[in-house]
Ligand binder design. Structure first.
Ligand code: AMP
Ligand code: MG
Length: 406
């Protein structure tokens, strides 16, 4: 058997980071920045007020109190989005709304809560500290400042910052386009009636969804029958139009496992019996330069194989750094009767549900049937517990947990 780490290394060696492209900010959520971005504009671009109220000279209000309100002349009103035409002098106040340019002459904001309007005048019942509630130009982002280094994974806040400095497009590593092909004579498309011996294709929808969840661009390559020619045609079409291809089924030891045979013939392929449970059979190769992941057909196996082997390679293609390819294990405490370790030297990836208890510890329970065809428990699971071979674990034991979050 091949150790998982060796199989992962084999995959990563063939998965190269894609060439950077320039994309509009609206299309880069979740992508990796290929070069650093500097701020072309300051944020805020001008000095402005953080509160609704009156721009005043703070000295005028030194003695203001509810018993001795200070009366100032209101010289105008300024909302956000307009430029001031007036300067505030002694004894004057300019009514301003949050975000409005802070006018020259003034140095303090009398917040609206401590004011009373009185015709053309305002009565102010509290002092206003000089400088308070005034946002300086550039106090968030200065012109020319480095915003984000290359390698930053762009989240919603990053995109907002890019918009705030007027950045329209950025150099990013594009998300790989990944084709998904199901194989098997037994597979039925969609809602067609089930004839004897046939089953519905679930892997394709699952794998397409995993890819979408992880920010890759998923392409449906359909179903290929257990027929060498058909599989070859589908694979060639897949590598023609995609950056990587994922197949499910046809890589075990059965008589009709043609994916393995075709990959062997038209690509450079390594067929492995990975020392994990589920998802032992795994074929990985390249056709030309395009990685092809031959995942096993059992639904849980194809998901686990995707998580442990395909996802890290695709993340590398999408520009993730080497220390951010694999999920990082967290310690979890078993909260049910536990499970037996494998007796065949394979590490088990047990489908579990997790929750954090009041003390912040991760609690773990099995999510149901653990056979490789029992997709239901995998669907209920939010994590995989990593269970070394030969080690039985029980209530209260600590296991490594891979949380399957996006
Ligand atoms: P194979 O790896 O082709 O030997 O398939 C292993 C098991 O997975 C068999 O029981 C198949 O019927 C099942 N299987 C293969 N492909 C799919 C699929 N796309 N959806 C659901 N089950 C599948
Ligand atoms: Mg099959």
């Amino acid at each position: 058997m091949t150790p998982l780490e060796e199989a992962q290394a084999e995959v990563l060696a063939a998965c190269r980071r894609a060439e950077p492209v320039s994309l509009p900010v609206g299309e880069v959520l979740g992508l990796t920045l290929a070069g650093r971005v500097d701020a072309a504009e300051a944020v805020p671009p001008f000095r402005n007020t953080a509160m609704d109220g009156f721009a005043v000279q703070g000295a005028d209000l030194a003695d203001a109190s509810p018993d001795h309100p200070v009366r100032l002349k209101v010289i105008g009103t300024l909302g956000a989005g307009r430029a001031p035409s007036q300067t505030v002098g002694p004894g004057e106040a300019l009514r301003i709304m949050t975000g409005a340019v802070f006018p020259d002459g003034a140095d303090a904001v009398a917040v609206v809560e401590s004011t009373r309007s009185d015709g053309d005048f305002v009565e102010i019942v509290a002092p206003a500290r000089v400088g308070a509630h005034i946002r300086a130009a550039g106090d968030d982002i200065a012109v020319g400042q480095e915003l984000f280094p290359a390698g930053t994974v762009l989240g919603p806040g990053h995109l907002g910052v890019l918009c705030s400095v007027g950045c329209q497009s950025v150099q990013v590593v594009p998300a790989p386009v990944v084709g998904v092909l199901s194989t098997g004579d037994e597979l039925v498309e969609g809602g067609e009636p089930l004839q004897p011996g046939r089953i519905r294709d679930s892997n394709r929808r699952t794998l397409l969804s995993l890819l979408t969840r992880d920010g890759f661009r998923a392409v449906d390559l359909g179903i290929a029958r257990d027929d060498e020619e058909m599989i070859e045609t589908a694979l060639r079409a897949g590598v023609e139009s995609c950056d990587a291809v994922i197949t499910s089924g046809g890589v075990s030891m059965g008589d009709f496992d043609y994916v393995k045979a075709v990959l062997d013939r038209i690509g450079r392929m390594r067929w492995m019996q990975v020392a994990i449970r589920p998802a032992k059979p795994f074929a990985f190769g390249v056709i030309g330069d395009t990685p092809v992941f031959g995942l096993p057909g059992n639904p849980v196996s194809s998901m686990v194989s995707y998580e442990l082997l395909a996802r890290p390679g695709l993340r590398r293609m999408g520009g993730r750094p080497d220390d951010d390819l694999h999920r990082r294990p967290l310690p979890g405490v078993i909260d049910d009767e536990g499970w037996a370790g494998s007796r065949d030297g394979r590490t088990s990836y047990v489908r579990v549900s997790t929750r954090f208890d009041d003390d912040g510890r991760l609690r773990v329970v099995s999510s149901g049937g653990q056979a490789s065809h029992q997709l239901y428990a995998m669907a209920q699971a939010d994590s995989l517990a990593v269970s070394p071979p030969g080690v039985d674990v029980g209530r209260g034991d600590t296991v490594a947990v891979l949380r399957l979050t996006p």
